[in-house]
Design a protein around this ligand. Sequence first.
Ligand code: SF4
Length: 299
Amino acid sequence: MSQEQDVQRLTDTMAKFTAYIGKHLPTDVEAKLKELREKETKPLAKAVFMSMAENQEAAARLDRPSCQDTGMIQYFITAGAKFPLLGELEEILREATLEATRKAPLRHNTVETFDEKNTGTNTGTRSPWLDWEIVPGDDGATIDVYMAGGGCTLPGAATVLMPGQGYEGVADFVFDVISSRGVNACPPLLVGVGVSTAAETAARLSKKALMRPVDSHAHHPNAAKMEDLLEEGLNELGIGPQGLSGTASVMGVNIESSARHPSTIGVAVSTGCWAHRRGRIRINADLSYEIVSHQGAVL
Ligand code: SF4
């Protein structure tokens, strides 16, 4: 195959996968929603969970996006330095976004900042948004596709705490964000928390935390413990599905961290909504692929 044919092949795969993500929730999110639905005892909250399940079933049956807001498309790329189409990947993902927008179809959400004009294509300046990590020696690529809806993006916040505020300060910040603005993001939420030096490093980590499966834990045992404590505490707020009160406020809390400057604690929160549309695909060097996030998915 020529390189041109390879580019076309990967563009097709990524366009189909991007469109698929808009219509099907990942296996871990579906399982968590089922668990919360079965555990819920309040009739109104239970009814909301039931209508979420019916919505998902209808989206799959009718081959339509599961929420009107198909979001801004973001790709989180972990690419091997030896991946054969590394240099072409940016253009491939741009084309894939255009194609998915036409074929799914996806709502046109991309507005050029300062022009205040919708491009009508879901592409624009730095859109789709690409986040890169390069892995030396690897010849494949793992790509997370994320649809950043308006509501689920709205609560996002970052700050830098004084060192004396400690981990209690981190917990306070998370509670402030979720209790004041979490309801905008169609709960139950997946809460991503980044802890790092600065606002921007914490913010990036908080978003990457949303790419981790629900019910997964951070590597560090103290971070894992904090995830459990935050989840328990946030559920005690009783926000419930769609903010109408209920047993669960969140699907879970995922924390990602980095080493940091001793004088600062950067902390950020990103939120994913109940319709947390993200998907992970592993592309091999020969461009065969495996869909990691959605069991039994066929493109
Ligand atoms: S928060 Fe999620 S479910 Fe709610 S409108 Fe936005 S994308 Fe849709």
